[in-house]
Design a protein around this ligand. Structure first.
Ligand code: FES
Length: 173
């Protein structure tokens, strides 16, 4: 992930042109295809990690629609991101079953640990913290989802230990 973005950064003042060119190349196979916008958005996000202003403009121009139409699609689907996200997306369930078993306290502890005012992304982009409403794991409340893994009977020690193991494993890969 982020390979094209890293390449673009190396080019200093040519960054925007390089970025636009990269996006055009990435989305080119989808432009003439009916319903090609969604796969094009997925492809750009996979490459750059999120969909920024320049990518929205380039997509709009290529698909011959307005920037607002592209933004409408992005904001309709929860999977698309307008800002760079952390490496680990931590979703803390705030629905009833989890609330009765301490998810608010867990939320506050994680927020304070990662020095976040509210939900959002840590300064080092290691984590993004989000509130969600039911992860379908109510029997094991409180529940947290980190990227694709659901953690039941969650507490801050369990979450931090999970992250530490993942980070150590990725260092050793
Ligand atoms: S209420 Fe939290 S997982 Fe369902």
């Amino acid at each position: 992930m982020f390979t094209a973005w890293t390449e673009a950064l190396k080019n200093g003042h040519q960054i925007i042109d390089t970025f636009k060119l990269s996006i055009k190349q990435i989305i080119q196979p989808f432009v003439a295809v009916k319903g090609g916008l969604i796969p094009a958005l997925h492809k750009v996000q996979k490459e750059f990690g999120f969909l920024n202003k320049e990518s929205i403009k380039t997509l709009a121009k290529s698909f011959n629609i307005s920037d607002a139409e592209v933004i409408d699609v992005i904001t309709y689907y929860d999977d698309f991101k307008l800002e760079k996200q952390g490496e680990y997306i931590i979703k803390v369930c705030q629905a009833e079953a989890c609330q009765s078993l301490g998810c608010r306290e867990l939320w506050d502890t994680l927020r304070s640990h990662f020095q976040l005012e509210q939900d959002g992304t840590s300064k080092d982009y290691s984590v993004t913290l989000k509130e969600v409403f039911c992860l379908g794991n109510c029997a094991l409340s409180p529940s947290v989802m980190i990227n694709k893994d659901v953690i039941g009977r969650a507490n801050s020690q369990k979450i931090l230990a999970y992250l530490s193991t993942k980070q150590n494993n990725s260092k050793n890969d």
